[in-house]
Design a protein around this ligand. Structure first.
Ligand SMILES: *Cc1c(COP(=O)(O)O)cnc(C)c1O
Length: 345
């Protein structure tokens, strides 16, 4: 597959904006910067941030064992996903494939970019129907979105299905690994070199505890990263985000401990949920949430709100009739959820 053939013609022809910080990249020690019309008085954020986020990328590169040239950072995964649409999907011509029930942003971004959506629902075990997906794809199918572990179902897709799709789908395959740090499954990151059409997205919003700073990460071949880099807003990751992310990533033990605690919480929550009489099914989870089938999702959702607990009602999603999604909270929050569930009639 030739990645160049997948890029939109206007993007291929684009001359990227060149910022002051892009044009001078020499040794910055003792330099006087009179190039970017900044206010010169130091307050910690008076200068533009590094457009290439080099310090942050170098620590991510170390943690994830991926070369810096294979990393692109964005203002949340949502920006990263939007850049993929803008680089590869010609409005009113190309299409993408999504596998409902799944993360809602793919559909919103497709609509925003006037890109047709082809939907192939997951099977009853919430696994991709590989043959159907390949049959539905046509020469304008540019991107296939695989969310694994999947939101809202919580399961990971089988390695065989993903591998088959990577080999046989004639477009880009985005594997959204927002929940990978909660999973026992291996990330697809280490296989970037094997599959030139693979894009892996991750985020600091979930396991890393930094939803508030908005940092999304895209890992792909250098060829793909170069295209996305050319079209991203020059200073898309602000200075405070870069600093906070760097500080937090340095404290690896904190994240490791929190993930362990959330996973223990999830196991406890699952065993407690089994005792609730109106819970009819608990789906296996590889993430920090559990999808649960109940007798009447909307009724139970409203009852929980009354008790001061907000959950997610997923009943309108394909295959999720009467399902609620519970995020795993702190041990106390989980206890409160169980305590209140036990009082509901
Ligand atoms: C939460 C979530 C994200 C995170 O998006 P950010 O914009 O990075 O906060 C991405 N993908 C999925 C499937 C999610 O559930």
């Amino acid at each position: 597959m030739n990645i160049q053939d997948l890029i939109r013609p206007n993007i291929k022809a684009l001359k990227p904006y060149s910022s002051a910080r892009d044009e001078f990249q020499g040794n910055t020690d003792a330099m006087v910067f009179l190039d970017a019309n900044e206010n010169p008085f130091e307050n910690g954020v008076n200068r533009y941030p590094d457009p290439q986020q080099r310090t942050l990328k170098s620590i991510l590169s170390e943690i994830k064992k991926v070369s810096v040239k294979n990393i692109l950072l964005g203002n949340g995964s949502d920006e990263v996903l939007d850049l993929i649409f803008r680089a590869f999907c010609e409005p009113n011509q190309d299409n993408i494939i999504i596998l409902p029930p799944t993360y809602g942003m793919y559909e919103v971004l497709a609509n925003l970019n006037a890109v047709e959506i082809k939907k192939v629902n997951l099977n009853k075990d919430f696994q991709p129907r590989v043959e159907t997906i390949l049959n539905v794809a046509n020469s304008n199918s540019k991107v296939l979105f695989l969310c694994s572990p999947n939101n809202p179902t919580g399961n990971s897709f089988s390695k065989e299905s993903i591998e088959n799709l990577l080999k046989k789908f004639n477009g880009l395959v985005v594997i959204d690994e927002a929940y990978i740090d909660f999973s026992n499954e291996k990330s697809w990151l280490q296989r970037l070199e094997e599959f030139p059409n693979l894009i892996v997205t991750q985020t600091l919003s979930k396991a890393y505890g930094m939803a508030g700073i908005r940092l999304g990460i895209c890992y792909a071949s250098h060829e793909i990263i170069r295209v996305l880099n050319n079209i991203k807003p020059p200073y898309n990751v602000n200075e405070l985000t870069q600093q906070k992310a760097w500080e937090q990533l340095k404290q690896k033990e904190v994240t490791t401990y929190q993930i362990k605690s959330i996973l223990e919480g999830r196991d406890n929550l699952i065993s407690e949920l089994k005792q609730i009489n109106f819970v009819t099914k608990i789906y296996p989870s590889d993430a920090n949430f559990v999808l649960v089938k109940v007798d009447d999702a909307t009724k139970r959702y409203n009852q929980l709100i009354e008790k001061g607990i907000v959950t997610r009602n997923r009943t309108s999603q394909p295959g999720c009739e009467n399902c609620l999604r519970f995020t795993v909270g702190t041990p106390d929050e989980n206890k409160k959820l169980i305590k209140e569930l036990k009082t509901l009639t």
